[in-house]
Design a protein. Structure first.
Length: 138
């Protein structure tokens, strides 16, 4: 009987496990960068582009605080993922989804950086969603 090719690797393969570790590192780094991005928005509003009318009108100081809080939560969750904490996967997925949404709303202020962080968030969501802890398969 011929074996069918899988479109995705087995949920606990070395490739997926490595993706989770990389996702945890990305979440940790993304959290730290969001904290720095938020601090710059809080302390020096002139760092970011001034935009006219925008549907999601929040002051840059408000965006700064949102980014700082989200960054702290993401960094702590990234550390939890790297330590293998069970709670960290579900919270990591939720925070990555929230990060993608926040970065979408922040697009007018920093479009290229927001798009990069959206891509990172999508990868983290995938890595955490496909991983199933258990014995590693080759």
């Amino acid at each position: 009987m011929a074996q069918q090719a899988h479109s995705t690797p087995p949920p606990n393969s070395g490739w997926v496990t490595g993706g989770v570790v990389f996702g945890g590192v990305l979440m940790l780094v993304n959290g730290i960068l969001a904290i720095l991005q938020g601090i710059s928005a809080i302390s020096a509003d002139d760092v970011w582009a001034r935009i006219g009318d925008y549907v999601y009108k929040i002051s840059l100081t408000g965006w700064g605080w949102i980014l700082v809080v989200l960054g702290v939560l993401a960094a702590v969750t990234g550390v939890g993922i790297l330590r293998g904490a069970e709670w960290a996967r579900a919270i990591g997925i939720a925070l990555a989804v929230l990060s993608v949404i926040i970065q979408f709303l922040f697009l007018p202020y920093s479009p290229i950086w927001s798009i990069i962080l959206i891509g990172i968030g999508v990868f983290v969501i995938w890595a955490l969603a496909v991983y199933q802890p258990g014995p590693r398969t080759p």
